[in-house]
Ligand binder design. Structure first.
Ligand SMILES: CC(C)(COP(=O)(O)OP(=O)(O)OC[C@H]1O[C@@H](n2cnc3c(N)ncnc32)[C@H](O)[C@@H]1OP(=O)(O)O)[C@@H](O)C(=O)NCCC(=O)NCCS
Length: 392
């Protein structure tokens, strides 16, 4: 645009908008930390329930605390019958993220504490949302396929129960374990777009469900959580390893992005991608579907080389690159990958909403209100003169 004006949109890159005790993303070291713990020490070692406890209660639970906390979460899994009835009225073609966003608002209608401003009530609401989100996603999968939703099984872990409610079969231990590790890896990620959206909404003193509904909307976009679905669509489009190279070149020639590559903060490999890649390989070997991992690994290599050649800088895989093939091989429908991201990230969102509401890392709660630079018209040096409708 040739206007002589300087336009700005820095996407808030590098701007520190608030302090937090919850998570740290160190983009140059490739380090992700949840309340002081490295992701590589948590994923596959601590369960999703333990990590939710860590995020919400600031400490890893003892054995007894974990038992009690897991039972508390399991007891909150059921969703109101009215919500299930409402979902049954939705067209099958409704996007799963839209269903989840609407459900976040509908769950508010059934929470008697929705407007209770106390910290204790916020903590209870967080537990309810974390527990119920998984049930909503699984229920929608059944409903849109003309099946009855499956009641949660309180004897199963959060991860195993989700797969059971979605697919109707209790997963074996290994698959439940991989899924649990994936949930842990997606639970928190500092001031990413959806968490920032949640905090911004919470800063207005809107309630937790409103903040979460906004966060779901933010996550749905393909530059954020929606990328995992796009990665799988891309792998399917490519179809076979021989076509990877030409696909990458065509994409770059057309100025298109390769989904699952690049990150606003990481300037090295995303530590979660480093854990997810071998998981995708193992699950592929187990199901005799190594093709997806192999294509992904080749695509990563070729795209990194091509990017370097064309732009003279490096690009790296992000969390969505290998989680896509992992979920696909677990039999999860592609358009449910992003809702699955949400059923994990709800843990981080709610922890951040509470931190924002109660100024737990700030001197006092503050409404977010950035400024913009007006580059519009004034019809000359002064303001525009208003002309009544009849004289225009
Ligand atoms: C996530 C993302 C928005 C971060 O972008 P960013 O690096 O902060 O900043 P920009 O969007 O300005 O991109 C910087 C440059 O890298 C290029 N680039 C970034 N990601 C790219 C990708 N996935 N494929 C090809 N080129 C990419 C951009 O075209 C841009 O090039 P230019 O400077 O020549 O215009 C971006 O990497 C992206 O769109 N990735 C694909 C979607 C995705 O996987 N999202 C999930 C993120 S966890």
């Amino acid at each position: 645009m040739e206007t002589g004006m300087e336009f700005k949109n820095i996407g808030l890159r590098g701007v520190v908008v608030a302090s937090t005790n919850i998570g740290d993303v160190d983009g140059s070291a490739g380090r992700l930390v949840y309340r002081g713990y490295l992701i590589k020490d948590l994923s596959g070692k601590a369960s999703f329930e333990e990590v939710v406890h860590l995020l919400l209660n600031e400490i890893l639970p003892t054995r007894d605390q974990n038992k009690a906390f897991s039972a508390q979460l399991a007891a909150e899994r059921a969703v109101p019958a009215e919500l299930i009835a409402a979902l049954k009225t939705r067209p099958n073609s409704a996007l799963p993220m839209d269903i989840l966003q609407a459900s976040a608002s509908m769950l508010a209608h059934h929470d008697p504490e929705v407007e209770d401003p106390s910290r204790e009530a916020s903590h209870r609401k967080a537990i309810r949302l974390i527990a119920k989100f998984a049930t909503v996603v699984a229920a929608w999968e059944r409903i849109r396929n003309g099946q009855e939703p499956i009641d949660p099984d309180p004897n199963l872990s959060h991860a195993a129960n989700f797969l059971y409610m979605m697919k109707g079969e209790v997963p074996d231990e290994d698959i439940a374990g991989f899924f649990d590790a994936a949930l842990v890896m997606h639970a928190e990620h500092g001031f990413n777009a959806s968490t920032f959206a949640a905090r911004e909404i919470a800063s207005t003193r809107a309630h937790m469900y409103a903040a979460v509904a906004g966060a779901v909307g933010s996550l749905s976009g393909e530059l954020h959580g929606g990328a995992n679905t796009r990665v799988m669509e891309m792998l399917m489009d490519i179809g076979s390893p021989e076509k990877v190279e030409s696909y990458v070149k065509e994409q770059f020639d057309a100025g298109q992005r390769i989904m699952g590559l690049g990150h606003a903060v990481y300037k090295v490999d995303d530590p979660r991608a480093l854990i997810l890649a071998p998981m995708s390989k193992t699950v592929g070997e187990r199901f005799g579907e190594s093709k997806w991992y192999e294509m992904s690994a080749l695509l990563e290599k070729v795209a990194k080389e091509e990017f370097k050649k064309r732009k003279n800088r490096d690009i790296y895989t992000n969390v969505d690159f290998y989680s896509a093939s992992l979920y696909y091989m677990m039999g999860i429908p592609m358009d449910q990958f992003t809702p699955i991201f949400a059923i994990a990230r709800i843990a981080g969102w709610t922890a951040h909403i509470i931190e924002e509401q109660f100024a737990e890392a700030a001197p006092k709660p503050m409404l977010y209100r950035p400024e913009s630079d007006y580059v519009g018209d004034y019809c000359g040096p002064e303001v525009c003169e208003f002309v009544p409708m009849e004289d225009r």
